[in-house]
Design a protein around this ligand. Structure first.
Ligand code: GNR
Ligand code: NI
Length: 177
């Protein structure tokens, strides 16, 4: 297992369209294990393979919404291989999104509140479910990554350029420190 470096905007590799997974094999399972380790370490609630430089249609998500008696979040790791979305409902849900590839920047994004998703899990078993709530928001954010889309692409050009400028400035300050 390994914590992998996360690509950050404006890295052009984040704009690549990811290709379908052909086989759920040991190599893929090793990548998925590294993606979870990287996501929990960041920490984040989701990660697409392209964020660690692998242009394959694989996502990991763990919303960690519930807390145990010790107050620590309960892990509920979910793997989505070759996910497909359909039947978005018209109602939108607004959420203040962030992205590990656009660190420390947050902005409101509207997305369909509920969708239907089909995917393979980490064992290669197919699923077909209607999904709402935070999982719908996160899954759509992650699936955008598979198309080379970042959450800032949903903002106005002015807002997007402001975010990218702030990101550049934060990077400069990090280097100077
Ligand atoms: O950790 C993350 N938090 C988050 C918050 C709101 C909407 C989407 C996300 S996903 C993000 C991790 C990430 O960048 N995944 O691609
Ligand atoms: Ni992201």
């Amino acid at each position: 297992m390994a914590i992998l470096p996360i690509l950050e905007a404006p890295d052009p590799r984040l704009r690549v369209k990811s290709v379908p997974v052909e086989a759920v094999d040991d190599d893929l399972r090793a990548l998925i294990a590294d993606m979870f380790e990287t996501m929990y370490d960041a920490p984040g609630i989701g990660l697409a393979a392209i964020q660690v430089g692998v242009p394959k249609r694989v996502l990991v998500i763990d919303l960690q919404e519930e807390e145990g008696e010790d107050g620590k979040p309960i892990r509920k790791p979910q793997v989505f291989i070759n996910p497909e979305l359909s039947e978005p409902i018209r109602e939108l849900r607004t959420y203040t999104e962030g992205c590990l590839s656009v660190p420390d920047q947050f902005a409101d994004v509207d997305r369909p509140a509920e969708i239907r998703a089909r995917w393979l899990d980490g064992d290669g078993v197919p699923h077909d479910e209607r999904i709402g709530g935070m999982l719908a928001t996160c899954l759509q954010h992650e699936m955008d990554h598979l198309e080379g889309i970042l959450f800032i692409d949903h903002l106005s050009r002015l807002k997007r350029e402001m975010v990218l400028k702030k990101l550049e400035k934060a990077r400069r300050q990090r280097k100077a420190a």
